[in-house]
Design a binder for this molecule. Sequence first.
Ligand code: NDP
Length: 342
Amino acid sequence: IVLKRYVDDGPVPPDAFGVELSTLAADGLAEGEALCEVLYLSVDPYMRPLMRLNKAHYAPSFTPGKPLAGSGVALVRVSKAEGFAAGDVIVGRPLPWSSYAVLGADGLAAARKVPRELLGKVPLSYFVGTLGMPGLTAYSSLKRIAEPRRGETAFVSAAAGAVGQVAGQLLKRAYGCRVVGSAGSPEKVELLLRLGFDAAFNHKELPPAEALAKHCPDGVDVYFDNVGAETLEAVLDAANVGCRIVACGMISQYDLPAEKRYGVKNLFNVIGKQIKMQGFIVTTLAAGMEEDFLRDTAAMVADGRVKVVEDVTEGLENIGRAFADMMAGKNMGKAVVKVAAH
Ligand code: NDP
């Protein structure tokens, strides 16, 4: 699946993606390569800024006409690479948006094998969600940036999504915080309450400043920011002295060109309230934490302390629509595309 053209302003429509057919010859594998069948692919918000030509971004833009790529789960079918055998299940970072992929030395070095002890225990799709990059994002940034304390009030935006659902549940069940979440529909608000959030609100119905006054009467000690803009502005007013803001993402701004983005008006509160606000890229922040993350989070999933909510789209040909729907907030939980049965 290729990006047909850059989209600079506004949502990326499903027709910005195209299908191209090409043939991979398994018997043409070179030494050090592996042929992998793609099982699941992840659609993620960070891909949106890469769909415009953006030289200042931390990652290079996609190239129109070339396959898109992101994290995914694949089954090794044929291997001429040391350390990889047919039947291994890997999490590729990245995998091309295609049904099969030939991974060479670089692709295999970046890939991780799904630990044998977890195979068959949890659905493989979890490895691009709660047990994959989004889960690691929540786990690492709470540990290394938020440092939540029992009894504190934590607020999570885009809380029903891939990162938000893990952040909220860890804040509640691993750290003992009072947790408030925001999401974009009544169904998502209900979901958050079912997941154990102490309170939740629909950001499309209630302005964040009013919602925080209602649901965080003691102020905000930890803010897990996935959206930026007016919500961040409202938190800067509601924040207690010493509040920690995990600047994880600002999805409300990703569709907009620079001149249309929201200007937060009260950033100076960071000083007076001695707020720590730290941005991060998970691959850097979480260096060295992956084993602990997988062990701790898989244990919490196994005993039900962390529940997993996924929104699965069937079929590689529908991945463009799945991406557009996720950006528009139509996903209930982690948006993932099932490419092949296994
Ligand atoms: P989600 O599964 O949360 O899906 C995106 C959600 O964002 C939508 O469902 C929608 O939920 C919400 N949203 C979309 N537009 C807006 C808007 N204008 N205002 C408010 N909410 C909006 O995605 P992820 O969990 O994968 O990602 C969440 C955030 O985490 C993103 O900002 C992403 O960039 C960031 N991230 C950062 C990483 C890092 O290393 N720093 C790594 C991974 C993710 P709703 O219906 O509730 O509005």
